[in-house]
Design a protein. Structure first.
Length: 204
């Protein structure tokens, strides 16, 4: 079993080699990750657990802080969002927080459903009085039906073929998907940030 030190060693190595990333993911909790097949009314597995103890997360946060890397706090459910808030309260992560809110369908039930209700449940528990930028990732189904609502609420969008391969669009490339989200954002009245503006928003 990989230790907390093992799991962050590559980030340290990259940084020491002069390739320090601007941010690195910090998955804020532990959850079951077995897939459920509604048609078969059965789980496809029954022992998959993604384990992140508080001690492990503290080690990750302290290591990233020492390296000057912004934690991209991965949030799969409200308890993880509360853990992120607690880590800020404990001085382990600094504001502005970078929160990635996960939604999913297609048998992966560890996150909130990919729906407006799933999104709004998160928004009710965003940290109060703490500067943060939040983005949304959708797995197992398309983010496009939710994109306008996410942008209108002040959020950002994460999209890629690794989360969902968009067969309904043929065989799109990631660049084409990004272009679609850019058009949706502009329709809602929000312009795209430049790399420099994004860094300023995140205090990088």
């Amino acid at each position: 079993v990989a230790t907390a030190e093992d799991r962050v060693a590559h980030i340290i190595a990259l940084s020491e080699a002069g390739f320090r990333p601007d941010f690195a993911p910090l998955d804020m909790g532990t959850t079951n990750t077995d897939l459920f097949d509604p048609a078969a009314r059965a789980f496809r597995s029954d022992e998959n657990v993604y384990l992140n103890t508080t001690r492990t997360l503290r080690h990750f946060a302290e290591t990233l802080g020492r390296l000057g890397i912004k934690p991209s706090m991965q949030i799969w459910n409200i308890p993880m969002l509360r853990w992120a808030t607690a880590f800020h309260g404990a001085g382990l992560v600094g504001a502005p927080l970078l929160l990635n809110l996960s939604l999913s369908d297609g048998g992966f039930i560890a996150t909130h459903p990919a729906s407006l209700k799933g999104l709004r449940a998160y928004l009710d528990f965003l940290p109060q009085g703490v500067a943060c930028e939040w983005t949304v990732t959708v797995g197992g189904t398309s983010i496009l039906p939710l994109a306008a609502a996410i942008v209108a609420e002040g959020g950002h969008l994460a999209i890629g073929l690794g989360d969902y391969h968009f067969p309904e669009l043929g065989q799109p490339r990631n660049a084409e998907l990004v272009d679609r989200l850019a058009a949706i954002a502009r329709e809602v009245g929000r312009e795209l940030a430049t790399p420099a503006e994004a860094k300023a928003m995140l205090a990088l």
